[in-house]
Design a protein. Structure first.
Length: 442
């Protein structure tokens, strides 16, 4: 009984082998037939036999070779891979193709050709044999779809072979810091900026773990970070300036923060790699740096032009000020205009220059309160006229426009302060109340 079972089993195996052999022989002799919906990349080989499919793909691949566009991207630069370094393998593609399915295109990338291109385009990076092979395999995988152009990020395949380094740094002196600012510096330290991630300084600094910070403290820290960000290819999404510049911040490099108004400092990492922020306070200064894979380009921001505008002097008159006295109710402060540009260079050779910002801080007027001059009828208070709203006659004050070098006196209502930085004179007639303070102009 067992012998019969063994005999039948052996016969079945023999018949299966014979039929399989006939089928393979038939495929070899007459060619494989690809059924409906058989694709190689974007190319349709449905209802084609092997020889027909091979002939069609030869034509399709030849046309694809003319349209070949493979862009190799490294951080902030990209370059094309020459078409001659790529070869499409028709025989291997068909050998691996399954009937009725979507199949990949099999392509090979010349390792020698790729190594030459990489060493020419990225001389600052040392590519090992393993790194070249890994990048080549990545390109071959990208080419399987046959859709052009193809963008290949080199760092996807050799990221671990490129060490982190400091790509940007900045610092600013400060003698003492509050416990909250100290905590904010610690919180900012070791923050990772992931690929394509957006970062909000306001969100970080208003975290419950940081503690309450003043707008001035937040602005000070954000400005240090902004100075470092300008040394990278990061994209600024939001950046503001104050109405007056802090003496502790370099003009042109302020990133103002205001919790009430929701003023924030935001930026985005446009690279395929991550970066890490390092921050610390030591030796009377806040030190900040950004670490990551090095850029291809060097970015250097600088202030190309700083112009100052001296404030005007605004005179007010009061009966409560003794003769010979002048009371300064508001000290003046110079206005500043700062233009910041950034150069992009390679090996010390400037590629281009772009304007980053043009910041303007208007001057703050100096306000002086003078006594009423008894001999000047135009500056003598008339109670009846003030009460009835009737204008006084005579009194006038000449206002001169802004200049970069002169501090001019203007009338008390400051009406000319809005109209620009010129030397045109205008005459204002001032009305005084019982105390001698002006209540209107003209």
């Amino acid at each position: 009984m067992n012998r019969k079972i063994v005999s039948i089993s052996l016969s079945s195996i023999l018949l299966l082998f014979l039929f399989t052999g006939v089928a393979l022989a038939s495929d070899f002799r007459f060619g494989k037939h690809y059924t409906d919906h058989t694709y190689v990349g974007p190319f349709n080989i449905s209802n084609h036999k092997t020889n027909q499919a091979k002939s069609k793909l030869a034509s399709d691949f030849s046309e694809l070779q003319t349209k070949l566009e493979v862009n190799l991207i490294y951080q902030d630069t990209q370059f094309s891979l020459p078409p001659e370094t790529i070869k499409f393998d028709i025989d291997m593609t068909l050998a691996n193709a399954s009937s009725g399915e979507d199949n990949p295109i099999i392509a090979t990338v010349s390792r020698d050709g790729l190594r030459t291109v990489l060493s020419q385009q990225l001389p600052q990076i040392r590519f090992t044999e393993g790194a070249v092979d890994s990048v080549a395999a990545g390109i071959e995988e990208e080419l399987q779809t046959g859709i052009m152009p193809r963008n290949v990020h080199i760092t996807d395949y050799i990221e671990n072979e490129i060490p982190f380094e400091v790509v940007a740094s900045s610092e600013n002196s400060i003698d003492t810091i509050s416990p909250s600012l100290s905590k904010a510096i610690q919180t900012l330290d070791d923050v990772a900026i992931e690929p394509y991630e957006s970062f909000s300084m306001l969100e970080l600094l208003t975290n419950s773990e940081v503690g309450p910070l003043t707008d001035e403290e937040m602005t000070f820290l954000s400005s240090i970070l902004y100075t470092a960000i300008l040394q990278t290819n990061f994209q600024i999404a939001e950046r503001n300036i104050s109405t007056t510049i802090s003496p502790f911040i370099q003009p042109g490099f302020e990133a103002s923060m205001n919790q009430t108004l929701g003023l924030d400092f935001k930026f985005t990492n446009p690279n395929k790699t991550d970066f890490t922020i390092r921050s610390a306070w030591s030796a009377g200064a806040i030190h900040l740096s950004i670490e990551g894979r090095p850029f291809y380009y060097s970015y250097e921001p600088s202030t190309t032009n700083i112009e100052t505008y001296k404030p005007r002097t605004m005179r007010q008159y009061s009966a409560f000020i003794d003769d010979g006295q002048v009371v300064v109710s508001q000290e003046g402060k110079e206005g500043i205009e700062a233009i910041v540009q950034r150069t992009r260079s390679v090996d010390g050779q400037v590629v281009d220059t772009e304007q980053i910002s043009e910041d303007f801080y208007a001057p703050i007027h100096r306000i002086e309160v003078h006594p009423l001059v008894k001999g000047n009828a135009s500056q003598t208070t008339d109670a009846e006229n003030v009460e009835t709203g009737l204008p006084q006659s005579g009194g006038s004050q000449t206002a001169t426009g802004y200049e970069s070098s002169n501090a001019d006196e203007i009338d008390a209502d400051g009406s000319n302060a809005i109209n620009g930085y010129n030397n045109q004179e205008s005459t204002e007639e001032i009305i005084y109340d019982k105390s001698g303070l002006p209540i209107s102009g003209k």
